[in-house]
Design a protein around this ligand. Structure first.
Ligand code: SAM
Length: 236
Protein backbone atom coordinates (compact mmCIF):
# COMPACT_ATOMS: atom_id res chain seq x y z
CA UNK A 1 0.00 0.00 0.00
CA UNK A 2 1.54 3.15 -1.24
CA UNK A 3 0.68 6.85 -0.88
CA UNK A 4 2.57 9.37 -3.01
CA UNK A 5 2.44 13.09 -2.22
CA UNK A 6 2.53 14.85 -5.58
CA UNK A 7 3.46 18.56 -5.68
CA UNK A 8 1.58 20.53 -8.32
CA UNK A 9 2.37 23.91 -9.92
CA UNK A 10 1.76 27.09 -7.88
CA UNK A 11 0.90 29.01 -11.05
CA UNK A 12 2.93 27.87 -14.03
CA UNK A 13 1.92 24.48 -15.41
CA UNK A 14 5.42 23.95 -16.81
CA UNK A 15 6.59 23.39 -13.24
CA UNK A 16 5.10 19.90 -12.95
CA UNK A 17 7.83 17.26 -12.94
CA UNK A 18 8.06 14.28 -15.30
CA UNK A 19 7.92 11.99 -12.28
CA UNK A 20 4.76 13.68 -10.97
CA UNK A 21 3.09 13.11 -14.35
CA UNK A 22 4.11 9.44 -14.38
CA UNK A 23 2.78 8.86 -10.85
CA UNK A 24 -0.50 10.69 -11.56
CA UNK A 25 -0.95 8.40 -14.57
CA UNK A 26 0.01 5.23 -12.69
CA UNK A 27 -1.99 5.42 -9.45
CA UNK A 28 -5.47 3.96 -8.95
CA UNK A 29 -6.88 7.27 -7.74
CA UNK A 30 -5.77 10.86 -7.21
CA UNK A 31 -7.09 12.21 -3.91
CA UNK A 32 -7.17 16.01 -4.02
CA UNK A 33 -8.40 19.13 -2.25
CA UNK A 34 -10.45 20.26 -5.21
CA UNK A 35 -11.48 17.79 -7.90
CA UNK A 36 -12.18 20.59 -10.42
CA UNK A 37 -8.78 22.15 -10.00
CA UNK A 38 -6.85 18.89 -10.07
CA UNK A 39 -9.14 17.61 -12.83
CA UNK A 40 -8.11 20.62 -14.93
CA UNK A 41 -4.45 19.79 -14.37
CA UNK A 42 -4.96 16.13 -15.27
CA UNK A 43 -6.93 17.07 -18.40
CA UNK A 44 -4.20 19.47 -19.45
CA UNK A 45 -1.69 16.61 -19.42
CA UNK A 46 -4.10 14.05 -20.91
CA UNK A 47 -4.27 11.98 -17.69
CA UNK A 48 -7.46 10.02 -17.10
CA UNK A 49 -6.93 8.75 -13.54
CA UNK A 50 -10.08 9.24 -11.42
CA UNK A 51 -10.06 11.86 -8.66
CA UNK A 52 -11.66 11.90 -5.22
CA UNK A 53 -12.09 14.90 -2.94
CA UNK A 54 -10.09 15.02 0.28
CA UNK A 55 -9.92 18.52 1.72
CA UNK A 56 -9.89 19.92 5.24
CA UNK A 57 -13.62 19.18 5.63
CA UNK A 58 -13.49 15.63 4.25
CA UNK A 59 -10.10 14.47 5.52
CA UNK A 60 -12.09 12.36 8.02
CA UNK A 61 -12.98 10.15 5.04
CA UNK A 62 -9.33 9.31 4.45
CA UNK A 63 -9.69 5.96 6.22
CA UNK A 64 -12.29 4.85 3.65
CA UNK A 65 -9.93 5.88 0.86
CA UNK A 66 -7.06 3.88 2.33
CA UNK A 67 -9.36 0.90 2.84
CA UNK A 68 -10.51 0.86 -0.77
CA UNK A 69 -7.21 1.40 -2.58
CA UNK A 70 -3.59 0.24 -2.63
CA UNK A 71 -1.82 2.92 -4.67
CA UNK A 72 -2.95 6.52 -4.15
CA UNK A 73 -1.57 9.96 -5.09
CA UNK A 74 -2.44 13.04 -3.09
CA UNK A 75 -2.38 16.49 -4.67
CA UNK A 76 -3.47 19.71 -2.99
CA UNK A 77 -4.61 22.90 -4.73
CA UNK A 78 -1.08 24.03 -5.43
CA UNK A 79 2.42 23.27 -4.21
CA UNK A 80 3.63 20.50 -1.94
CA UNK A 81 0.99 18.53 -0.01
CA UNK A 82 1.61 18.78 3.72
CA UNK A 83 2.77 22.41 3.69
CA UNK A 84 -0.07 24.52 5.19
CA UNK A 85 -2.73 22.20 3.74
CA UNK A 86 -4.55 18.93 4.67
CA UNK A 87 -1.65 16.73 3.42
CA UNK A 88 -0.10 16.27 6.86
CA UNK A 89 -3.29 14.72 8.27
CA UNK A 90 -3.46 12.16 5.45
CA UNK A 91 0.22 11.27 5.94
CA UNK A 92 -0.34 10.72 9.65
CA UNK A 93 -3.23 8.37 8.95
CA UNK A 94 -1.44 6.48 6.15
CA UNK A 95 1.56 5.90 8.42
CA UNK A 96 -0.78 4.67 11.15
CA UNK A 97 -2.21 2.19 8.65
CA UNK A 98 1.29 0.97 7.81
CA UNK A 99 1.33 2.44 4.31
CA UNK A 100 4.53 3.35 2.51
CA UNK A 101 4.47 7.15 2.16
CA UNK A 102 6.59 8.77 -0.50
CA UNK A 103 7.01 12.49 -1.25
CA UNK A 104 8.00 13.75 -4.67
CA UNK A 105 10.10 16.93 -4.70
CA UNK A 106 8.48 19.76 -6.60
CA UNK A 107 6.76 23.14 -6.51
CA UNK A 108 6.11 24.96 -3.26
CA UNK A 109 5.78 28.69 -2.58
CA UNK A 110 8.07 29.03 0.42
CA UNK A 111 11.42 28.03 -1.10
CA UNK A 112 11.30 30.27 -4.22
CA UNK A 113 10.19 33.18 -2.00
CA UNK A 114 13.04 32.58 0.43
CA UNK A 115 15.79 32.21 -2.15
CA UNK A 116 14.69 35.22 -4.20
CA UNK A 117 14.29 37.45 -1.12
CA UNK A 118 17.92 38.52 -0.95
CA UNK A 119 17.79 37.80 2.80
CA UNK A 120 19.94 35.16 4.56
CA UNK A 121 18.90 31.62 3.60
CA UNK A 122 21.32 29.53 5.66
CA UNK A 123 19.01 29.51 8.71
CA UNK A 124 15.31 30.11 8.36
CA UNK A 125 12.03 29.20 10.02
CA UNK A 126 8.73 28.56 8.24
CA UNK A 127 5.75 29.80 10.24
CA UNK A 128 2.98 29.09 7.70
CA UNK A 129 -0.15 31.19 8.33
CA UNK A 130 -0.28 33.15 11.59
CA UNK A 131 -3.45 32.51 13.62
CA UNK A 132 -5.94 35.16 12.38
CA UNK A 133 -6.61 36.80 15.76
CA UNK A 134 -6.74 36.62 19.52
CA UNK A 135 -4.46 35.17 22.13
CA UNK A 136 -2.91 32.58 19.81
CA UNK A 137 -1.88 35.25 17.31
CA UNK A 138 -0.39 37.45 20.03
CA UNK A 139 1.53 34.50 21.48
CA UNK A 140 2.95 33.53 18.08
CA UNK A 141 3.93 37.13 17.30
CA UNK A 142 5.61 37.44 20.69
CA UNK A 143 7.69 34.35 19.95
CA UNK A 144 8.60 35.70 16.52
CA UNK A 145 9.93 38.87 18.12
CA UNK A 146 12.73 36.82 19.62
CA UNK A 147 13.56 34.96 16.40
CA UNK A 148 17.04 35.50 15.00
CA UNK A 149 16.60 33.43 11.84
CA UNK A 150 14.94 34.52 8.60
CA UNK A 151 11.17 34.00 8.97
CA UNK A 152 8.89 32.84 6.14
CA UNK A 153 5.11 33.39 6.45
CA UNK A 154 2.12 32.72 4.23
CA UNK A 155 -0.67 35.28 4.18
CA UNK A 156 -4.03 35.74 2.50
CA UNK A 157 -4.51 39.00 0.56
CA UNK A 158 -7.32 40.31 2.79
CA UNK A 159 -5.12 39.93 5.89
CA UNK A 160 -1.86 41.22 4.40
CA UNK A 161 -2.16 44.83 5.64
CA UNK A 162 -3.12 43.74 9.15
CA UNK A 163 -0.18 41.34 9.33
CA UNK A 164 2.27 43.92 7.98
CA UNK A 165 1.00 46.37 10.63
CA UNK A 166 1.48 43.82 13.40
CA UNK A 167 4.95 42.98 12.10
CA UNK A 168 5.85 46.69 11.94
CA UNK A 169 4.86 47.05 15.59
CA UNK A 170 6.86 44.00 16.52
CA UNK A 171 10.04 44.51 14.53
CA UNK A 172 9.88 48.25 13.76
CA UNK A 173 9.01 49.86 10.41
CA UNK A 174 12.63 49.75 9.21
CA UNK A 175 12.96 45.99 9.48
CA UNK A 176 13.92 44.35 6.14
CA UNK A 177 11.26 42.27 4.39
CA UNK A 178 10.66 40.70 1.01
CA UNK A 179 7.09 40.14 -0.15
CA UNK A 180 6.72 37.62 -2.96
CA UNK A 181 3.42 37.90 -4.80
CA UNK A 182 1.94 35.59 -7.44
CA UNK A 183 5.13 33.54 -7.82
CA UNK A 184 5.53 31.84 -11.22
CA UNK A 185 2.43 33.67 -12.55
CA UNK A 186 2.13 36.45 -15.09
CA UNK A 187 1.99 39.16 -12.42
CA UNK A 188 4.83 37.79 -10.31
CA UNK A 189 6.38 40.50 -8.15
CA UNK A 190 9.04 40.43 -5.45
CA UNK A 191 9.05 43.59 -3.33
CA UNK A 192 12.19 44.09 -1.26
CA UNK A 193 12.37 46.88 1.29
CA UNK A 194 11.33 47.65 4.84
CA UNK A 195 8.09 46.62 6.52
CA UNK A 196 6.94 50.26 6.48
CA UNK A 197 7.59 50.54 2.73
CA UNK A 198 5.81 47.24 2.06
CA UNK A 199 2.76 48.53 3.95
CA UNK A 200 2.62 51.55 1.64
CA UNK A 201 3.28 49.48 -1.48
CA UNK A 202 0.62 46.81 -0.88
CA UNK A 203 -2.28 49.03 0.11
CA UNK A 204 -4.51 47.12 -2.29
CA UNK A 205 -3.35 43.55 -2.03
CA UNK A 206 -4.35 41.07 -4.72
CA UNK A 207 -3.07 37.57 -5.33
CA UNK A 208 -1.10 35.14 -3.22
CA UNK A 209 1.66 36.23 -0.88
CA UNK A 210 4.71 34.93 0.92
CA UNK A 211 6.42 37.22 3.44
CA UNK A 212 10.12 36.81 4.20
CA UNK A 213 11.44 38.72 7.20
CA UNK A 214 15.13 39.29 7.69
CA UNK A 215 16.75 38.19 10.95
CA UNK A 216 17.41 40.79 13.63
CA UNK A 217 21.12 40.84 12.75
CA UNK A 218 20.36 42.14 9.23
CA UNK A 219 18.39 45.09 10.63
CA UNK A 220 21.12 45.82 13.14
CA UNK A 221 23.73 45.82 10.34
CA UNK A 222 21.52 48.16 8.26
CA UNK A 223 20.99 50.46 11.27
CA UNK A 224 24.75 50.54 11.84
CA UNK A 225 25.43 51.35 8.18
CA UNK A 226 22.83 54.16 8.26
CA UNK A 227 24.40 55.54 11.43
CA UNK A 228 27.91 55.45 9.91
CA UNK A 229 26.65 57.23 6.77
CA UNK A 230 24.98 59.86 8.96
CA UNK A 231 28.16 60.41 10.98
CA UNK A 232 30.20 60.62 7.78
CA UNK A 233 27.78 63.20 6.33
CA UNK A 234 28.24 65.25 9.50
CA UNK A 235 32.00 65.09 8.93
CA UNK A 236 32.56 63.07 12.08
N1 SAM B 1 1.10 23.62 -0.14
C1 SAM B 1 1.39 24.94 -0.65
C2 SAM B 1 2.91 25.11 -0.80
O1 SAM B 1 3.60 24.10 -0.91
O2 SAM B 1 3.39 26.23 -0.89
C3 SAM B 1 0.80 26.02 0.23
C4 SAM B 1 -0.69 25.94 0.40
S1 SAM B 1 -1.36 27.24 1.34
C5 SAM B 1 -3.01 26.70 1.49
C6 SAM B 1 -1.55 28.56 0.17
C7 SAM B 1 -0.60 29.72 0.45
O3 SAM B 1 0.65 29.49 -0.19
C8 SAM B 1 -1.08 31.05 -0.13
O4 SAM B 1 -1.99 31.70 0.74
C9 SAM B 1 0.21 31.81 -0.25
O5 SAM B 1 0.61 32.34 0.98
C10 SAM B 1 1.17 30.70 -0.68
N2 SAM B 1 1.23 30.61 -2.16
C11 SAM B 1 0.75 29.62 -2.93
N3 SAM B 1 0.98 29.89 -4.24
C12 SAM B 1 1.64 31.06 -4.28
C13 SAM B 1 2.17 31.87 -5.32
N4 SAM B 1 2.04 31.52 -6.60
N5 SAM B 1 2.80 33.02 -4.99
C14 SAM B 1 2.91 33.40 -3.71
N6 SAM B 1 2.43 32.67 -2.68
C15 SAM B 1 1.81 31.53 -2.96
Amino acid sequence: MHLVLVPTPIGNLEDITLRALRVLREVEVVACEDTRRTGFLLDHFGIETPTVRLDQHTVGRAAALLERHRYVAYATDAGTPGISDPGAELVRLALEWGWRVEALPGPTALIPALVVSGLPTHRFVFEGFLPPKGKERRARLARLAKEDRTVVLYEAPHRLARTLQDLAELYGETHPIAVARELTKRHEEVYRGTIGQALEHFQEARGEFVLVLGPRAVREALDERALLAQLEAQGL
